[in-house]
Design a protein around this ligand. Structure first.
Ligand code: ADP
Length: 500
């Protein structure tokens, strides 16, 4: 596939911009739309339905009625599994189209979506489908006159509020376990990245998901998202996005019906390099890849490198060399590893942080200029700041862009306390060839995911999610089923028969 090919295919895309409710695409009641442009070249992408309370009410009523009819939740695990397998096959058939839609809307490199993200989303769907008929409920040991079972029951109607940085992967992490647990679902994609999930909605119907069980309501967070989170007929709200909005979701739940809340929010993940790390070039490579891939727009990006002062200068030198591997390049070019940031607003926000870093007097290093970018594109050059301490705004706030901070440390104990001096607790990493030290550090780190001598290595079988202001609950793994269900205890009394 060459660049002209990709551009021709993008130009030929038929993009669905209406919501998908009760098995069909529908306009919003008042026909409001969202105006926006592609971060790749500024082309007009306006027209996405901007749903409001009335549209949300219609979607919730459809989801509720499908749930009450039991048309989906009463299907056996084997039947649900076959439906999701069919959906995975259909997504594979539309693999290229899904990758093109996400590239066009978010500006991330097509190569990332085509080779990595979309296949990963399909894999996640298959993983959950495969698990469902091997996943058992519990029975507690019987007494002479009683027996108890503990079963997982669907919540009912659940809303899934999505971010824009990896639309297909995060959708499948939530949608697959929510559906397999028997819930009826309403997805609210981010307004920046809604096209691919709207296509998936049609494929889901084709795969056999009954009408009303999988709805997509598009629109702004403050209107459509908020209306879902406050809705009295929704029993669970699962969100990936900023901690700021995550806190609002908790409040909406409290203000309405105490619906179950799952939050996967921000991060400022520490990457500790000990004096006892023996392979600094490899360590710098892994750090740069995880930090600058997707222009740093990944919640678990290792944005604070905490490096032993003895090796800091050498390590920074190695990192600076890595910058050239992450120069933004035309996202439609199949050779590009790194594309754009999602919007002009995001670009501006990141650049404001970079300005703050410069004003603070921290040493700054950036890659050379971007390649082959359209004059209307939005991107940020990968940047490293070397700072004295962990107290600055740059060290404490999530930037969600390609900005890495390096902070020196005098001891491994100090590294741990810098690492934990954050309101976030998503991911963390320790690089050391002393196994006692590495293990000890891993136990001290306040994070949902700790990597020892690795970063970002991933598998569907392990949970993903943070603590502190990084969130509540888990995506991925068998534990995800717990999120989209509640535990019911059934105590069964029986009269033992006297066998004398
Ligand atoms: P980011 O800061 O990364 O753009 P946000 O946290 O603002 O991410 O958005 C993540 C998702 O949450 C999006 O789908 C967005 O529309 C939605 N959202 C934003 N504000 C609200 C809100 N007040 N209530 C519900 N959903 C919201």
């Amino acid at each position: 596939m060459n660049i002209n090919n990709i551009i021709n295919k993008i130009n030929a895309l038929e993009i669905e911009k209406r919501s998908f409710i009760n098995g069909e695409y529908v306009n919003s009641i008042d026909m409001n739309i969202i105006n926006k442009v592609s971060p790749v070249d500024g082309r007009d992408l306006s027209g996405l339905s901007a749903c409001n309370q009335g549209d949300v009410n219609i979607a919730v009523a459809a989801a509720k009625s499908s749930f009450e009819s039991k048309i989906w939740c009463n299907q056996s695990p084997q039947e649900k599994k076959q439906v999701l397998y069919r959906l995975a096959d259909l997504m594979l058939l539309h693999h290229e189209e899904l990758a093109l839609l996400d590239t066009l809307e978010t500006g991330r490199a097509f190569k990332n979506y085509y080779n990595d993200s979309v296949p990963k989303a399909i894999e996640a769907l298959r993983y959950f489908a495969e698990c469902i008929d091997k996943y058992y409920d519990h029975a507690i040991p019987p007494r002479a006159d009683a027996f108890a079972s503990i079963t997982r029951e669907p919540l009912g109607v659940v809303a899934l509020i999505m971010p824009w940085n990896d639309p297909m992967v995060v959708s499948m992490w939530k949608l697959a376990p929510a559906l397999l647990m028997g819930n009826s679902t309403i997805v609210k994609p981010a307004e920046q990245s809604s096209f691919s999930i709207l296509l998936v909605a049609r494929l889901a119907k084709e795969a056999g998901i009954p009408d009303g069980v999988f709805n997509v309501v598009t629109g702004f967070g403050e209107t459509a998202g908020k209306a879902l989170a406050l809705h009295l007929d929704i029993s669970g709200i699962f969100f990936t996005g900023s901690s700021e909005v995550g806190k609002k979701i908790l409040q909406y739940s409290g203000q309405s019906n105490m619906k179950k809340v799952g939050l996967e929010c921000g991060g400022k993940s520490p990457f500790i390099v000990s004096e006892k790390c023996t392979d600094l070039p490899k360590t710098a490579k892994v750090l740069a890849k995880n930090m600058f891939y997707n222009q740093g727009q990944i919640c678990s990006a290792p944005s604070r490198a905490i490096v032993a002062n003895e090796i800091k200068d050498k390590f920074v030198e190695l990192l600076i060399r890595e910058l050239e591997n992450y120069i933004p390049n035309d996202p439609f070019n199949i050779e590009s590893e790194v594309g754009c940031v999602v919007s002009k607003e995001q670009q501006h926000k990141i650049q404001t942080y970079i300005e703050l870093g410069i004003q603070s007097g921290a040493k700054k290093y950036s890659s050379s200029t971007a390649k082959n970018m359209h004059p209307n594109s939005s991107y940020v050059l990968p940047t490293i700041f070397v700072q004295e301490n962990n107290h600055s705004i740059l060290a404490q706030e999530e930037i969600f862009g390609p900005v890495l901070l390096v902070i020196g440390s005098n001891s491994i104990q100090e590294s741990v306390s810098i690492a934990n001096d954050s309101k976030y607790g998503l991911a963390a990493s320790i690089w050391s060839n002393d196994s006692d030290e590495a293990y000890w550090v891993s136990r001290q780190l306040q994070a949902g995911i700790v990597h020892i001598n690795s970063y970002g290595d991933d598998d569907n079988s392990v949970p993903f999610g943070g603590i502190k202001e990084s969130g509540i609950g888990k995506d991925k793994s068998i534990y995800a089923f717990d999120e989209y269900s509640y535990l019911k205890t059934t105590w069964i009394h029986y009269e033992p028969i006297n066998d004398n």
